[in-house]
Write a protein that binds this ligand. Structure first.
Ligand SMILES: Nc1ncnc2c1ncn2[C@@H]1O[C@H](COP(=O)(O)OP(=O)(O)OP(=O)(O)O)[C@@H](O)[C@H]1O
Length: 299
């Protein structure tokens, strides 16, 4: 078996070298041919394609956060090479959803051993911007923008921008066209969800399933800020959903329009301001190496 480890050296502010040393020792012990590709953050796709063509791995490991998984999902989407997750990012939202082992070396052992490959969906906005986990417009996108521009990382920095935005929150009008219907609504946040929970633990979409060929659009009408602050920003549970005024619709394609341009973030990356965008799902775009612990696997 040939294994390619695609490593984001900066994700989560974690030094990957100790893990890579252990990973190499593990692979060498079991005669698994292995190579490491470190991302640089620029023009990585072309360089990775060269390695894929020359090394021809049987499996690829995404060593990093959701952004690293997304990068691999896009590059591998038309190939049959499966990818598994080694969670070494800051939030690891998708790894948590899919019940990947939290210990990187354990996750690697599972990835090497598992013969289970599932179909993971991918979202695409305006045929151009991809999202594998969650995206949104409104309050959270603004929080992400503040957080992205701050050199400090971690929950307390996120909380700082969260509380800032909470003070400024105003509802905005939007129109959602999907399933041959048009919905006019007003809210503080519109989420496009391939999954259930933000990496921070906030559940947004109880219906989510990243392996079912559909996604959900969730509209948050207002944020119950005092409840969130009282919850200490880290101990969210599913009661959160009940405390918010929200509605959701399930679809495989939608067009969303606003009256004024709104900031969109996808998987924690700010994409830009849009007056309108369309979203569609690419069913089973990614061949995902997973285990029976994954609650979304069809049984
Ligand atoms: N060597 C590098 N230097 C700087 N940025 C990089 C490098 N390699 C990848 N990146 C950037 O890292 C981002 C992806 O990070 P990733 O999501 O994996 O980690 P994270 O943000 O720490 O984790 P999480 O998504 O779990 O919060 C992408 O924007 C990518 O362009």
């Amino acid at each position: 078996m040939k294994l390619l480890l695609v490593v984001n050296p900066v994700s989560g502010g974690v030094d990957k070298d100790p893990f890579l040393k252990d990973a190499k020792a593990l692979c060498d012990n079991y005669g698994i041919e292995n190579q490491v590709f470190k991302t640089t953050g620029t023009d990585d796709a072309e360089a990775l394609k060269v390695i894929l063509n020359t090394f021809k791995p049987d499996k690829v490991a995404a060593v990093g956060g959701d952004g690293t998984l997304l990068f691999l999902a896009i590059v591998l989407q038309h190939s049959s090479i499966p990818v598994g997750i080694i969670p070494m990012g800051s939030a690891n939202g998708m790894a948590t959803e899919l019940e990947v082992s939290k210990q990187p070396i354990e996750a690697l052992k599972e990835l090497i051993m598992s013969e289970i490959v599932g179909d993971l969906d991918l979202l695409v906005v305006n045929n151009e911007h991809y999202c594998i986990h969650l995206g949104d417009v409104g309050i959270n996108a603004k929080i992400v923008k503040g957080y992205e521009n701050d050199h400090k990382r971690g929950m307390s920095t996120y909380a700082k921008y969260f509380i800032d935005e909470l003070g400024k929150v105003t509802a905005f009008p939007m129109t959602v066209e999907c399933n041959e219907k048009t919905y006019d609504a007003e809210g503080v946040m519109l989420c496009i969800c391939n999954a259930r929970k933000y990496g921070t633990g906030i559940p947004i979409n109880l219906e989510g399933n990243p392996m079912d060929g559909v996604f959900e659009i969730v509209l948050i009408k207002e944020i119950n800020g005092s409840m969130l602050i009282n919850a200490g920003l880290s101990s969210f549970n599913e009661n959160f959903i009940n405390s918010q005024h929200q509605t959701s619709v399930q679809t495989n394609q939608a067009k969303i329009t606003f009256k004024t341009p709104q900031l969109l973030q996808l998987d924690g990356e700010v994409i830009g301001e849009f007056l309108s965008f369309d979203v569609r799902i690419i069913k089973g775009a990614v061949k995902l190496i997973t285990t029976q612990k994954n609650p979304y696997l069809e049984r």
